[in-house]
Unconditional design. Structure first.
Lengths: 112, 113
């Protein structure tokens, strides 16, 4: 049973477009949702995160939209750049617990 | 702050040999997590230490995998009698006070021939 599901394994966009990466979860107890970015040969790095009390979190070109009722969220990358090409992991946690549950990742390709 | 350090970055073993992977967490962080990453399974939780004590090893294959944290500056993951299906990237992470904000090392890519 996959608790955090990312709808696409791979996504390709052109430079300048907005990339939208989708994620859904099953456990209503999850209340914190970080997104991680991973480049080849490196470990994942925290990119941006949202708490379940919010419906939107913005940081520069990166925005998370969160829908608690539907148990889904999305990461929007505005004005995508070739340097954004990486694998993006949606994750979820219950702040009363210690485990972070990761989705299987979406590999984003930004074409110049 | 050098971040989480993992050594070696790459390790190649023959089937049946032993592999020991090392992790040095961020100084001052009290917890260490080990994960295994493969294309098929993604990021799988293996085990977790807090203040050097083993808290949860529910993700560890029972028979050949073991982990230790002898002091606050390093943790080891040992795989005995390695098998080709153990080939993966093994990641170590030390979180901030918010355990969902994990700082990952670069990983050790283990290849079992």
């Amino acid at each position: 049973q996959q608790q955090v599901r990312q709808s696409s394994q791979s996504l390709t966009v052109w430079e300048g477009e907005t990339a939208i990466l989708n994620c859904s979860y099953e456990n209503s107890a999850f209340d914190y949702f970080p997104w991680y970015q991973q480049f080849p040969g490196e470990g994942p790095a925290l990119l941006i995160a949202i708490r379940s009390v919010s419906d939107k979190k913005e940081d520069g070109r990166f925005t998370i939209f969160f829908n608690k009722r539907e148990k889904n969220l999305s990461l929007h990358i505005k004005d995508s750049q070739p340097g954004d090409s990486a694998t993006y992991f949606c994750a979820a946690s219950d702040t009363n617990a210690y485990k972070v549950i990761f989705g299987k990742g979406t590999h984003l390709h930004v074409l110049p | 702050n050098a971040g989480v350090i993992q050594t070696p970055r790459h390790k190649v073993t023959g089937k049946g040999q032993e592999a020991t992977l090392w992790c040095e967490p961020i100084s001052g962080h009290s917890a260490v997590f080990w994960y295994r990453q493969t294309i098929v399974q993604g990021l799988e939780f293996l085990t977790y230490f807090r203040n050097q004590a083993p808290i949860d090893d529910s993700g560890m294959p029972k028979e050949r995998f073991s982990a230790q944290m002898p002091n606050q500056s390093h943790s080891t993951l040992k795989i005995q009698s390695t098998q080709p299906q153990d080939s993966a990237v093994y990641l170590c992470a030390s979180p901030s006070d918010n355990y969902a904000e994990q700082f990952f090392g670069p990983g050790t890519r283990l290849t079992v021939l």
